[in-house]
Design a binder for this molecule. Structure first.
Ligand code: SAH
Length: 469
């Protein structure tokens, strides 16, 4: 007969100083004892034999060690009991007594006999996130715990500690509950929290002091995040970028930010496109700068999403200059730049002991109909060249490199829509690349990599494999 599903209610017990009994002296008992000791329980452990590591831990924590057979009297006055012997019958007997006496019991490897189960816990100081699979799969619960652990900034504990000190003060300063919640929401998602996460504790404290003195202003204070959205694959975002994208009230983005990254934005956030539209010109840089300032001044959390890294051919510097002169708090979150993303996903190491000892990121943007570059310094042995915005100028680039001494057989790769599911890699030489691409309709954006490292692509490519390309 199928046993009926058990339900579990997660509760956080005040455990300090309470009495707990563990029956068992092996590895399972050890794990349970460690958790209970950490939680401040006063422990009694009964077992016929003790694992020396367990015994040492118990001695260190002054737990009562009773080397003897379990007896029902051991359960007297206990707040909770763990049955962790390797004898199923003994475990069951303990569970029966506990049930009769209404004492919560956990039985190792027998979820059905348990009144409570242990959870996998992510801890950040006083913050605890407990994950349980209801005793069905501790491994799954542990894997989920690791996932959450990676997503919750390590500074959350410190943040909880800091704001905890101000709770009463804020309650007095803002008696209205709704307003108080709005205040805490803006503190916990605004400049105070970000200062804690960046390790600037003193700054966080002084910002919080000021906020408490002037709550209206805090609720209305905006901030800008200049975020590198990477080359396309959303899995390449940093954890911080991921968090801030979801926190933003307004997002300014352009053509290079992939749809997958855009889909991470909160549905209720306002999205503003500031990139080029076909015939039209891009929104002028000054207007973008102004938009950022304007929205931040309305008290919004503004994300400026830029493809790749904001400081690599991204004009990120210009945008934050304006913010800085307007004293608007901002932070810059680096992204995987196209060169790194495309190189990795095309299986082309940018440096390699046998091929290249240096790498240069170059803009191939045409200036007055020509590519204005210092070709001599580009043609160097052992140097990989990466051209951003190089498609239009490709015939000039290939020709000039050869004219300045590069081997016309030097391999070159053109990677279109790198790191996305539409990635295409074209391999040729400086001599043949223009012909090779003649009938290909190359989709934007695309990147050029020039150098003998490109020859490794054949061996090291991995991303296209198995995707039906
Ligand atoms: N800040 C960006 C670069 C902006 S310049 C970064 O760090 O990546 C725009 C150029 O970047 C494009 O013309 C193209 O050369 C390159 N690029 C950006 N994303 C790309 C991608 N997914 N695949 C290929 N090239 C890309």
């Amino acid at each position: 007969m199928k046993k009926s599903e058990k339900k579990f209610l997660p509760l956080f017990h005040q455990s300090e100083g309470k009495k707990a009994l563990v029956v068992g002296g092996g590895a399972v008992a050890f794990r349970r004892c460690r958790i209970l000791l950490d939680a401040g329980f006063v422990l009694t452990v009964v077992a016929l034999a003790f694992d020396p590591v367990l015994k040492a831990m118990l001695e260190k924590h002054n737990a009562a060690i009773k080397q003897k057979a379990y007896e029902p009297d051991d359960i007297d006055n206990q707040y909770l009991v763990v049955a962790a012997t390797d004898d199923v019958a003994v475990n069951q007997a303990i569970a029966n007594v506990c049930k009769k006496r209404n004492i919560p019991v956990n039985v190792a490897d027998n979820a059905h006999a348990c009144d409570f189960v242990f959870s996998s816990v992510v801890e950040r100081g006083p913050l605890k996130i407990a994950v349980s699979a209801g005793g069905k799969s501790p491994v799954l619960a542990r894997l989920l715990k690791h996932l959450i652990n990676g997503l919750v900034p390590s500074g959350y504990g410190e943040l909880a500690g800091l704001v905890g000190e101000y709770r009463q003060k804020v309650r007095r300063a803002i008696p209205d509950e709704k307003q108080r919640i709005a205040f805490w929401e803006s503190v916990l998602q605004g400049a105070v929290a970000e200062a804690v996460f960046s390790g600037k504790k003193a700054e966080a404290q002084s910002l919080l002091e000021k906020a408490v003195e002037n709550p209206e202003k805090t609720i209305g204070a905006g901030e800008v995040y200049l975020i590198g959205a990477g080359p396309g694959d959303p899995g390449l975002l940093t954890l911080r970028a991921f968090r801030l994208i979801q926190q933003a009230d307004v997002v300014l983005y352009d053509r290079l930010v992939s749809d997958e990254v855009m889909s991470l934005i909160r549905p209720d956030a306002e999205k503003i496109y500031v990139g080029k539209r076909r015939a039209n010109h891009a929104v002028p840089q000054d207007d973008i700068n102004r938009l950022l300032v304007q929205h931040a001044k309305q008290g919004k959390r503004v994300a400026r999403l830029k493809g790749g890294d904001p400081f690599v051919f991204g004009r990120g510097g210009e945008e934050i200059e304006e913010l800085s002169s307007e004293s608007i708090p901002f932070q810059v979150i680096p992204g995987i730049t196209a060169a790194n993303g495309c190189a990795a996903y095309a299986g082309i190491p940018l440096t390699h002991r046998d091929h290249a000892q240096s790498v240069r990121f170059v803009t191939g943007q045409l200036k007055d109909g020509t590519v204005d570059l210092d070709w001599k310094t580009l043609v160097q042995p052992g140097q990989t060249l990466v051209f951003y915005m190089g498609l239009k100028g490709l015939p000039i680039i290939a020709r000039e490199l050869v004219l300045h001494g590069a081997d016309k057989k030097l391999p070159i790769a053109l990677i279109e829509k790198g790191t996305t599911m539409d990635q295409q890699v074209h391999i040729a030489t400086l001599e043949t690349i223009v012909d090779v691409l003649e009938n290909a309709s190359v989709k934007s954006p695309s990147l050029l990599i020039v150098g003998s490292v490109v020859s490794l692509h054949g061996k090291l490519q991995w991303f296209d494999k198995g995707r039906g390309h």
